[in-house]
Each structure stands twice: as structure tokens, then as C-alpha cells.
Write a protein that binds this ligand. Structure first.
Ligand SMILES: NC(=O)c1ccc[n+]([C@@H]2O[C@H](COP(=O)([O-])OP(=O)(O)OC[C@H]3O[C@@H](n4cnc5c(N)ncnc54)[C@H](OP(=O)(O)O)[C@@H]3O)[C@@H](O)[C@H]2O)c1
Length: 249
């Protein structure tokens, strides 16, 4: 018996990295699944990889009209939602002086505003006990030079999870966060840095980590499964850190 048998799940940013690993695990555990991303080619590849009857939807989480359309499509297919995994995000690097308004708005628009309105627009689809999981980051509590906007977007999400936990629990909706440390996903290649610099950062992080390695997306997915499932029925407003000990330093 799967831990998500009969449950309907939407994962934003389910076409890569942590979201994709979670999609695979959730499917194995019996979920009926919808995932989003922006890149149609990436989504088509993932649809093939996941097989079965996964609903793949191209939807920009920064765009409220697209979020509304996403929820309509999910409702048409599943009628209701049991689990929402708010995971889509971007991380681009720049020192304070070089952060443009566009970069600031892109990061906050996707990572915070997009997450906020994804949750808001999904609420009518929840009909009983439900779980919302938000991917934050250890950058929300550590100083992160050159990632000040990203870190702040994730700190905003941590705060949001605490407030919504109290707003939503009376409706049977649990909301919790997962806070990953360094996880081996394509996000590091999307920092907007030259490959040699990105590789240098990765090596430095792995050396610094108490576990001396990056985490695997599947190791985060297992924590997401716990929070999604009834095993976490009494876990409310928490943030589970999955970082190999990095944030203890
Ligand atoms: N990897 C790490 O070390 C790490 C550490 C801490 C926190 N995190 C967090 O973990 C989550 C997943 O990251 P990841 O490492 O798995 O990164 P990833 O491999 O780059 O995946 C990001 C996913 O988000 C989607 N996405 C990005 N912008 C979007 C938008 N505007 N609308 C819809 N989808 C969008 C991407 O699809 P498209 O490209 O097609 O849009 C992709 O599916 C993020 O919240 C990230 O901040 C990661």
C-alpha cells in the first residue's frame, strides 16, 4: 500500500531537481499527480520519463492568470487537491550593487509572490485534510553573500508558513516547509555565473559541508513524502532542514 494512495498532488517546479525526484517518489506511493514548469521541452521530456497519466502543465508561477488557469486544469482533472508542493523557484547571484530592479522582481515574483498566490488560488480545491509543503532554503537563516534577494525570498516564505499554519489548520490544512541545504540539482547551473565559477562554488560547498557531499534530490523527496502523508498528521507550521549539517556550522 502506498502512502499517497488515492491522493491528488500538485507539484510546482516538478520538471527538474527536487520537484522531479518528489514526483517520481509520490507516483510510486500511489499519488495522482500534476506538475508544472515553464519550459515546454523540459515538461515533455519529463512527461515521457514519468509515464502514466501525470498531468504536466506549462505555467509560470509568477503570473496570476496562469496560476488561476493551472488550478482550473487541476480541478478539471482531479476535482480536488490533497497535497500542494510549492517548490518552483529561481536563484540568481549578484552582489548588492549590481542587483537590478528586474532581477529583484523576478526572484521575489517567482519565489515569494508566486508561492503566495499559488497557495491562495489552490485553497478552494482542498476539501478536507490536506497538506501544503513549501520549499524554503537554509539561505533563509544564514547570510548568503550575492544571494541576498534569494535568501530574503525564502525567509519571507518561512514566515508565511508560520502565519498560514495558524490560519489554515482549523480547515484541516497543514502547511510545513522543507529547508534544503546544497542539493545536486540543475539550479547551480542557472545561477547566471560562468561554468568555472559555478563549479568552484560547488567544490567549495562540498568541502565545507559536514557531510562532505551534496545531498541528493531523492533525499529531499523522502522528507516531502513524510510531510505530504498522514504520517505527519500532527506536524504543523514546521520547517524540516535537509542539509547534511550545513546550517549547524
Ligand atoms: N538545489 C539546492 O541546493 C537547493 C537548496 C535550497 C533550496 N532549494 C530550493 O528547492 C526548490 C527546487 O530547486 P531545485 O534545486 O530542484 O532547482 P531546479 O532543478 O532548477 O528546479 C526548479 C524547478 O522550478 C521550475 N520553475 C522555475 N521558475 C518557475 C516559474 N516561474 N514557474 C514555474 N516553474 C518554475 C523549473 O522549471 P522551468 O525551468 O521549466 O521553469 C524547475 O522545474 C527551489 O525552491 C529552490 O529554491 C534548492
Amino acid at each position: 500500500m502506498g502512502k499517497l494512495d488515492g491522493k491528488t498532488v500538485l507539484i510546482t517546479g516538478g520538471s527538474s531537481g527536487i520537484g522531479l525526484a518528489s514526483a517520481k517518489l509520490f507516483l510510486e506511493q500511489g499519488a495522482r499527480l500534476a506538475i508544472t514548469g515553464r519550459d515546454p521541452d523540459g515538461l515533455a521530456r519529463v512527461r515521457e520519463e514519468l509515464g502514466g497519466d501525470v498531468l504536466t502543465i506549462r505555467s509560470d508561477t509568477a503570473n496570476l492568470t496562469e496560476i488561476a488557469s493551472l488550478m482550473q486544469q487541476v480541478e478539471r482533472r482531479f476535482t480536488r487537491l490533497d497535497v500542494l508542493f510549492v517548490n518552483a523557484a529561481i536563484a540568481t547571484a549578484a552582489p548588492m550593487e549590481l542587483v537590478s530592479e528586474t532581477q529583484f522582481d523576478d526572484i521575489m515574483g517567482i519565489n515569494f509572490k508566486g508561492a503566495f498566490f499559488t497557495i491562495q488560488k489552490a485553497l478552494p480545491l482542498f476539501s478536507g485534510a490536506a497538506s501544503i509543503i513549501v520549499t524554503t532554503s537554509i539561505a533563509n537563516q544564514l547570510g548568503s553573500p550575492n544571494f541576498s534577494v534569494y535568501g530574503a525570498s525564502k525567509a519571507a516564505l518561512r514566515s508565511l508558513v508560520q502565519s498560514l499554519a495558524l490560519e489554515l489548520i482549523s480547515r484541516g490544512i497543514r502547511i510545513n516547509a522543507i529547508s534544503p541545504g546544497p542539493i545536486a540539482t540543475p539550479i547551480f547551473d542557472r545561477f547566471g555565473l560562468p561554468p568555472a565559477v559555478a563549479d568552484g562554488i560547488k567544490t567549495e560547498i562540498a568541502q565545507k559541508s559536514p557531510s562532505k557531499r551534496f545531498g541528493l534530490p531523492s533525499e529531499v523527496a523522502k522528507v516531502a513524502l513524510f510531510l505530504a502523508s498522514d504520517d505527519a498528521a500532527y506536524v504543523v507550521g514546521e520547517e524540516i532542514v535537509v542539509d547534511g549539517g550545513m546550517s549547524l556550522l
